[in-house]
Design a protein around this ligand. Structure first.
Ligand SMILES: Cc1cc2nc3c(=O)[nH]c(=O)nc-3n(C[C@H](O)[C@H](O)[C@H](O)COP(=O)(O)OP(=O)(O)OC[C@H]3O[C@@H](n4cnc5c(N)ncnc54)[C@H](O)[C@@H]3O)c2cc1C
Ligand code: FES
Length: 329
């Protein structure tokens, strides 16, 4: 097993055969920064000081010839060929309290949620616990590289659910939507730092755009199950394009009440739609106004939405440590 020596903190850890440096670091309890786990964000970049590595994803958007010339690699894609010395700054907020494990799970059920989003239920007795809002890498047979999907449930008895949007001509989603109950898949997780902060006393705002529905549903359920809504209000915003993309409050984690409100907004509605219209970040700014800076905010969705939400939150004076998201690609 290749030994990895990290600087400047002086950590030493071992990689399993075929394992990435990021995964091995997290398993060893080291806070290596990351977000997407699929080669797109660049948060896991490190300097290779000694040794050689093999990159899993040659076309990773966050990696280039220029990076290679500088000796910089992606932790989520680099598998060591032997002993290596690496440089990255470890940060406490990335230390996982549940280590990722790789488990073969069975597809139990597929339930349609919207026109192109379905919830996939997988079961394996040895699937570990996870925090609401975390994600896993699904390794689909015949598809190169794991794809990240966020869990939509609360972990109970080794059952992990994922709300997945079918992508036009998508490699992984094409195979998943064609799968029948009984099919097996490798699930590697949990990952991600955008999970429910149960110790925060603030009201909770959830923003889900399209395929970002899954982790927000899990967080809404987690907040209710932990009794957080006795003393806080939950505001759930779901943004989609057309009427066929809508889902109801029950899917989003519960029934509307004094302590929980659910608002759907459509950016391209037909004439029958009487609810909020426009982009999600504008609708949230309009509904929450000055309240926003006193809330704990979680969001997930496409990259354009992520950038717009971050800007809106900044303008509303939300402190960065009250904003929780993993980059979706
Ligand atoms: C943290 C995170 C959480 C996510 N959660 C959800 C979710 O809950 N629900 C949901 O519907 N989607 C989610 N996504 C998006 C999802 O991971 C996929 O990008 C999407 O399903 C496209 O898959 P596809 O293979 O069908 O599409 P394709 O168009 O065939 O693939 C394109 C995408 O796959 C990824 N990819 C391509 N090749 C590789 C490779 N070799 N290794 C690794 N990745 C590769 C790239 O990110 C690329 O954007 C999430 C993404 C991230 C990063
Ligand atoms: S590129 Fe490695 S975590 Fe995003």
């Amino acid at each position: 097993m290749p030994k990895i020596t990290q600087s400047p903190d002086g950590h030493v850890f071992e990689c399993d055969a075929g394992e990435t440096i990021l995964r091995a670091a997290l398993r060893a309890g080291i806070g290596m920064p990351y977000s997407c786990n699929t080669g797109s964000c660049g948060n896991c970049r490190f300097q290779l000081l000694d040794g050689t590595v093999t990159h899993l994803r040659e076309d990773a958007p966050a990696w280039s010839e220029r990076e290679l010339k500088r000796g910089r690699w992606l932790g989520c894609q680099a598998v060591p060929d032997g002993a290596c010395s690496v440089k990255f700054r470890s940060m406490d907020q990335y230390i996982p309290d549940i280590s990722p494990v790789s488990v073969t799970a069975t597809l139990v059920e597929v339930k349609q949620i919207t026109r192109d989003i379905s919830e996939f239920t997988f079961h394996a007795d040895d699937l570990p616990a996870f925090h609401p809002g975390q994600y896993a890498l699904l390794h689909v047979s015949g598809v190169t590289g794991g794809r990240a999907y966020s869990m939509s449930n609360l972990c109970d008895d080794g059952t992990w659910r994922f709300m997945i949007k079918q992508m036009p001509n998508g490699e992984a989603t094409g195979a998943l939507f064609a799968a029948e109950p009984g099919a097996t898949i490798t699930i590697d997780g949990p990952y991600g730092t955008a999970f429910l902060r149960k110790d925060s006393p603030r009201d909770i705002v959830l923003l889900a755009g399209g395929s970002g529905l899954s982790p927000m549903v899990s967080i809404a359920k987690g907040a209710a199950a932990a009794g957080m809504l006795d003393t806080r209000t939950l505001h759930v915003f779901y943004g989609a394009r057309e009427t066929g993309d809508l889902c109801n409050a029950v899917v989003l984690g519960g029934q509307a009440s004094e302590k929980a409100r659910f608002i759907a907004a459509l950016s391209d509605p037909d004439a029958t739609w009487t609810g909020p219209k426009g982009f999600l970040h504008d609708v949230v700014a309009e509904h929450m106004a000055a309240q926003l800076k006193d809330c704990e905010i979680y969001f997930a969705g496409p990259a354009v939405m992520s950038a717009a939400v971050q800007e809106m939150a900044h303008e509303a004076g939300v402190p960065p440590d009250q904003l929780h998201f993993d980059e979706f690609y």
